[in-house]
Design a protein around this ligand. Structure first.
Ligand SMILES: [Fe+2]
Length: 171
């Protein structure tokens, strides 16, 4: 790194990876994949070939055959539990653009002002996303299943909320 611009770019990439990028793939794990029938984690058997007893069974008792093909009950419950824990915000989560400790993290007014400005910008972005998600003409945001993409709303409550960008990650 040679210049201040280089430093800003490196910091921006690090902050992006540890906050927004992570949030976009992490907090949807349970909402998207917790119900194992929507996203089986493994397939235990090959698709039966025509003329075999397994194929006949699939044709007559398709539900039983399908359930035997995907992740078993015990592993499914374990999987759901892990995904739920990973997708849950803790009670003292610190979100991007917010400070639990208020203005006590530094006595320099310039970074405090910059951080406040950053927080306000994030709140505007969140409002913009909410408006787009509520616009039913934007089907790419809303979709036929009425499940808008909320993972990049910066703020959240604790728990399983399908939204919220923590300031950083611990794992
Ligand atoms: Fe994660």
């Amino acid at each position: 790194m040679q210049t201040r611009t280089d430093l800003i770019e490196a910091c921006t990439i690090l902050i992006w990876i540890a906050s927004v990028l992570h949030a976009s793939v992490n907090f949807g794990q349970y909402p998207y994949g917790g119900y194992i029938l929507n996203r089986p984690t493994k397939s235990m058997r090959f698709m039966p070939e025509k003329g075999t007893p397994e194929y006949d069974e699939l044709a007559t008792e398709y539900q039983k055959t399908y359930l035997r093909t995907i992740t078993p009950k015990k592993e499914s419950i374990l999987n759901m539990t892990v995904l739920e824990v990973l997708s849950t915000h803790v009670s003292d989560e610190q979100y991007l653009g917010q400070r639990i400790e208020g203005g006590l993290w530094t006595t320099d007014s310039e970074p405090i002002e910059a951080y406040n400005k950053f927080g306000k910008k994030l709140a505007e972005i969140e409002q913009n996303l909410i408006e787009k998600n509520n616009d039913k003409s934007l089907r790419n945001r809303y979709g036929p299943v009425n499940m808008p993409y909320t993972l990049l709303y910066p703020s959240s409550e604790e728990g399983l909320t399908f939204r919220g960008i923590p300031n950083s990650i611990s794992i």
